[in-house]
Design a protein around this ligand. Structure first.
Ligand code: FMN
Length: 341
């Protein structure tokens, strides 16, 4: 009997496939459709610190007597944004039976701990912290910040949220840190139960026709899962339970470039406990989750695995005969085997 369920960040998921945070998961109808497709969990669209601040800034610019109204306005806008978000959590929670993971995107200490508590009270099963912010060039002090400053601030946010809520705290990161394993170890020490590798951001492009900025492709392509594969293979071997600053378990979730069951299975073999889907949901709809589950079951059947845990991580850095293959980044002599025109 094949069992596709997994344990991820302390949550029991009926399949390792998670709907990643995006506009797709801000829509209740889509959330319900996803829950019927066999999805293991749903990460709601992020609540953005930036979004709340922008709304406040816009209202500030409209207000003639802003200074008198400032406190009221800040409070009103923040409360309005968070209330809409809490409503989405409550509605999703009441309509579906899969874990609902709320997501907040924050880059300053701010009010995030109080929002996190409200999110927990609204019924979220876990919180995913989407930590990245672009360098704010409007802030002249940013350029003088060191990587260590940024990592310490991020870990402090994680620690404060962990100390505030009882539900698991998951952290979603980009690959743009100097010492990724070191940073992940610090996140683990701060109390993160899982790390999502990696977020894929909006990327501006230039149109030569209009000579203006245009959005780059917002959807990933099939090859892009390879970066997550390498880092999950390394991190799941090096930061497993009992290693690093704490003895707690740290799980990994793969995000970016997962467009079919095969790439998802490879990421599980590399050590991911769950795999997140975004572009493929936009492009093929919720029914595609059924294909992922079918491919996973076929793979397990063909290889004699009853549970996902039987093969999860079996090809990570610790479990292959030549682990340095995961470390190599330069082509060296390999390139000589390929013919060139
Ligand atoms: C339209 C769109 C909106 C997104 N919004 C969020 C968001 O609010 N929070 C977040 O953490 N990631 C967001 N993402 C990133 C996705 O969750 C995911 O990490 C990324 O798209 C890579 O996965 P994919 O290759 O399956 O698309 C968004 C992605 C897209 C395409």
């Amino acid at each position: 009997m094949i069992d596709t369920s997994v344990k991820y960040a302390g949550l029991r998921l009926k399949s390792p496939f998670i709907a990643a945070s995006s506009g797709y998961t801000a829509d209740l109808e889509k959330i319900v459709a996803l829950s019927r497709s066999g999805i293991g969990a749903i990460v709601l669209k992020s609540l953005f610190e930036e979004q709340i601040n922008n709304e406040i800034n816009f209202l500030e610019s409209q207000s003639v007597e802003y200074t008198e109204n400032a406190d009221f306005l800040n409070h009103y806008v923040a409360a309005h944004s968070i209330n809409n978000y809490l409503e989405l959590i409550k509605e999703a929670r009441s309509k579906v039976d899969v874990p609902i993971i709320a997501s907040i995107c924050c880059y300053t200490g701010g009010n995030w701990t109080s929002y996190a508590r409200e999110i927990e009270d609204a019924g979220a099963d876990a919180i995913e912290l989407n930590l990245y912010s672009t360098p704010m060039l409007s802030d002249p002090s940013y350029i003088d910040k060191s990587g260590d400053d940024i990592e310490r601030e991020s870990c402090a946010i994680v620690q404060r949220v962990v100390q505030t809520v009882k539900i698991p705290v998951i952290v979603k990161i980009s690959d743009q840190y100097t010492n990724l394993l070191g940073f992940m170890s610090r996140l683990k020490a701060a109390g993160a139960k899982a790390i999502v590798l990696f977020n894929r951001f909006y990327r501006p492009d230039i149109s030569l026709k209009s000579m203006k900025l245009v959005p780059g492709n917002i959807f990933s392509s099939k090859e892009e899962y390879l970066k997550s594969l390498r880092w999950i293979a390394l991190a799941s071997a090096k930061l497993k339970a009992g290693s690093g600053a704490t003895t707690s378990v740290l799980d990994f979730s793969a995000s970016t470039g997962v467009h079919d069951g095969n790439s998802a299975i490879k990421l599980l073999l590399a050590g991911a406990k769950s795999v997140q889907l975004c572009s493929v949901l936009y492009q093929q709809g919720p029914m595609v989750v059924g294909n992922f589950i079918e491919e996973l079951k076929n793979f397990m059947q063909e290889n004699g695995f009853e549970r996902v845990a039987d093969f999860c991580g079996s090809l990570n850095y610790a479990n292959i005969s030549n682990p340095t293959d995961f470390e190599r980044v330069q082509f060296l002599k390999t390139a000589e085997h390929y013919s060139a025109k």
